[in-house]
Ligand binder design. Structure first.
Ligand code: CUA
Length: 160
Protein backbone atom coordinates (compact mmCIF):
# COMPACT_ATOMS: atom_id res chain seq x y z
CA UNK A 1 0.00 0.00 0.00
CA UNK A 2 1.34 3.39 -0.91
CA UNK A 3 -1.05 5.79 0.80
CA UNK A 4 1.22 8.37 2.39
CA UNK A 5 -1.21 9.61 4.99
CA UNK A 6 -3.27 7.17 6.97
CA UNK A 7 -6.22 8.68 8.85
CA UNK A 8 -8.11 6.59 11.36
CA UNK A 9 -11.78 6.14 10.55
CA UNK A 10 -12.88 7.80 13.82
CA UNK A 11 -10.56 10.70 13.26
CA UNK A 12 -11.82 11.18 9.72
CA UNK A 13 -15.42 11.15 11.00
CA UNK A 14 -14.63 13.77 13.62
CA UNK A 15 -12.94 15.94 11.01
CA UNK A 16 -16.19 15.81 9.04
CA UNK A 17 -18.17 16.71 12.16
CA UNK A 18 -15.94 19.77 12.54
CA UNK A 19 -16.30 20.80 8.90
CA UNK A 20 -20.10 20.34 8.92
CA UNK A 21 -20.37 22.34 12.17
CA UNK A 22 -18.43 25.20 10.62
CA UNK A 23 -20.65 25.14 7.54
CA UNK A 24 -23.78 25.26 9.74
CA UNK A 25 -22.41 28.19 11.77
CA UNK A 26 -21.41 30.07 8.62
CA UNK A 27 -24.90 29.49 7.20
CA UNK A 28 -26.46 30.73 10.47
CA UNK A 29 -24.47 33.97 10.26
CA UNK A 30 -25.41 34.51 6.62
CA UNK A 31 -29.10 33.80 7.31
CA UNK A 32 -29.08 36.15 10.32
CA UNK A 33 -27.35 38.86 8.30
CA UNK A 34 -29.31 38.70 5.07
CA UNK A 35 -32.63 36.96 5.73
CA UNK A 36 -33.45 38.00 9.32
CA UNK A 37 -32.14 41.55 9.05
CA UNK A 38 -29.51 41.29 11.80
CA UNK A 39 -28.15 44.76 12.44
CA UNK A 40 -24.80 45.75 13.84
CA UNK A 41 -25.00 48.96 15.89
CA UNK A 42 -23.30 51.81 14.11
CA UNK A 43 -20.76 54.07 15.75
CA UNK A 44 -22.62 57.14 14.54
CA UNK A 45 -20.25 59.69 16.03
CA UNK A 46 -17.91 60.31 18.92
CA UNK A 47 -18.97 62.78 21.57
CA UNK A 48 -17.68 64.16 24.85
CA UNK A 49 -19.74 62.45 27.57
CA UNK A 50 -19.14 65.46 29.88
CA UNK A 51 -20.86 67.92 27.55
CA UNK A 52 -23.05 65.83 25.22
CA UNK A 53 -26.19 66.50 27.27
CA UNK A 54 -25.69 70.28 27.05
CA UNK A 55 -25.43 70.73 23.28
CA UNK A 56 -26.81 69.44 20.02
CA UNK A 57 -29.78 67.06 19.80
CA UNK A 58 -29.04 65.43 23.17
CA UNK A 59 -29.64 68.78 24.92
CA UNK A 60 -33.33 68.18 24.18
CA UNK A 61 -33.67 64.40 24.22
CA UNK A 62 -36.87 62.90 22.89
CA UNK A 63 -38.70 61.95 19.74
CA UNK A 64 -38.77 64.11 16.61
CA UNK A 65 -40.58 63.59 13.34
CA UNK A 66 -38.11 64.29 10.53
CA UNK A 67 -40.53 63.46 7.69
CA UNK A 68 -43.99 61.91 7.57
CA UNK A 69 -43.77 58.59 9.41
CA UNK A 70 -40.02 58.89 10.02
CA UNK A 71 -38.82 59.66 13.53
CA UNK A 72 -35.57 60.10 15.38
CA UNK A 73 -35.34 59.18 19.05
CA UNK A 74 -32.50 60.88 20.94
CA UNK A 75 -32.02 59.07 24.23
CA UNK A 76 -29.57 59.66 27.07
CA UNK A 77 -28.59 56.76 29.33
CA UNK A 78 -27.32 57.60 32.80
CA UNK A 79 -27.24 55.65 36.04
CA UNK A 80 -30.01 54.51 36.39
CA UNK A 81 -32.48 55.94 33.96
CA UNK A 82 -33.16 56.67 30.31
CA UNK A 83 -34.16 60.18 29.26
CA UNK A 84 -36.85 60.19 28.02
CA UNK A 85 -38.44 57.30 29.87
CA UNK A 86 -41.50 57.24 27.61
CA UNK A 87 -41.87 57.68 23.86
CA UNK A 88 -45.05 57.55 21.80
CA UNK A 89 -45.38 57.24 18.03
CA UNK A 90 -48.27 56.32 15.72
CA UNK A 91 -48.41 52.84 14.21
CA UNK A 92 -46.49 52.49 10.95
CA UNK A 93 -43.65 54.71 12.11
CA UNK A 94 -39.98 54.11 11.46
CA UNK A 95 -37.67 55.23 14.27
CA UNK A 96 -33.93 55.73 14.18
CA UNK A 97 -32.58 55.52 17.72
CA UNK A 98 -29.57 57.54 18.82
CA UNK A 99 -28.41 56.57 22.29
CA UNK A 100 -25.44 57.74 24.29
CA UNK A 101 -24.29 57.47 27.89
CA UNK A 102 -23.09 60.33 30.05
CA UNK A 103 -21.45 58.13 32.68
CA UNK A 104 -20.79 54.39 32.54
CA UNK A 105 -21.48 51.66 30.01
CA UNK A 106 -25.15 50.80 29.59
CA UNK A 107 -27.17 48.71 27.15
CA UNK A 108 -30.27 49.43 25.09
CA UNK A 109 -32.50 46.53 24.16
CA UNK A 110 -35.90 47.22 22.68
CA UNK A 111 -38.18 44.28 23.29
CA UNK A 112 -40.08 42.90 20.31
CA UNK A 113 -37.46 44.19 17.84
CA UNK A 114 -33.94 43.18 16.87
CA UNK A 115 -32.52 46.32 18.52
CA UNK A 116 -29.98 45.44 21.17
CA UNK A 117 -26.91 47.63 21.45
CA UNK A 118 -24.20 48.59 23.85
CA UNK A 119 -24.25 52.21 24.98
CA UNK A 120 -20.75 53.45 25.66
CA UNK A 121 -19.84 56.89 27.04
CA UNK A 122 -18.20 58.92 24.29
CA UNK A 123 -20.07 57.26 21.44
CA UNK A 124 -23.52 57.47 19.91
CA UNK A 125 -25.06 54.07 19.14
CA UNK A 126 -27.68 53.98 16.45
CA UNK A 127 -30.12 51.45 15.00
CA UNK A 128 -33.54 51.71 13.37
CA UNK A 129 -36.77 49.78 13.44
CA UNK A 130 -40.26 50.03 11.99
CA UNK A 131 -43.39 49.56 14.09
CA UNK A 132 -46.39 48.10 12.30
CA UNK A 133 -48.01 46.59 15.39
CA UNK A 134 -49.56 48.77 18.11
CA UNK A 135 -48.43 48.05 21.63
CA UNK A 136 -45.95 48.89 24.35
CA UNK A 137 -42.33 48.02 23.73
CA UNK A 138 -40.05 48.32 26.75
CA UNK A 139 -36.46 49.37 26.36
CA UNK A 140 -34.19 47.98 29.02
CA UNK A 141 -30.56 48.33 30.05
CA UNK A 142 -28.70 45.11 29.26
CA UNK A 143 -25.26 45.94 30.69
CA UNK A 144 -24.79 45.70 34.44
CA UNK A 145 -24.29 49.30 35.54
CA UNK A 146 -24.62 49.19 39.32
CA UNK A 147 -27.19 48.89 42.08
CA UNK A 148 -30.06 50.37 40.07
CA UNK A 149 -29.41 48.42 36.87
CA UNK A 150 -32.53 46.27 37.13
CA UNK A 151 -34.72 49.37 37.41
CA UNK A 152 -33.27 51.03 34.31
CA UNK A 153 -35.90 50.90 31.60
CA UNK A 154 -38.35 52.95 29.60
CA UNK A 155 -41.16 52.25 27.22
CA UNK A 156 -42.14 53.01 23.66
CA UNK A 157 -45.86 53.15 22.97
CA UNK A 158 -47.00 52.53 19.41
CA UNK A 159 -50.53 53.86 19.09
CA UNK A 160 -52.87 52.19 16.64
CU1 CUA B 1 -27.72 50.90 32.81
CU2 CUA B 1 -27.65 48.60 33.47
Amino acid sequence: MSDGLHIERYERNWIWVGIITLVIFAAAILIAGFALGFQVPGDYQRVDPQTVAQQGPFADPGIREVSPGNYEAWIIARTWTFTPKDITVPVGSKITFYVTSVDVQHGFKLEGTNINMMVVPGQVSTLEASFDTPGVYDYICTEFCGAGHAAMFGSLTVEG
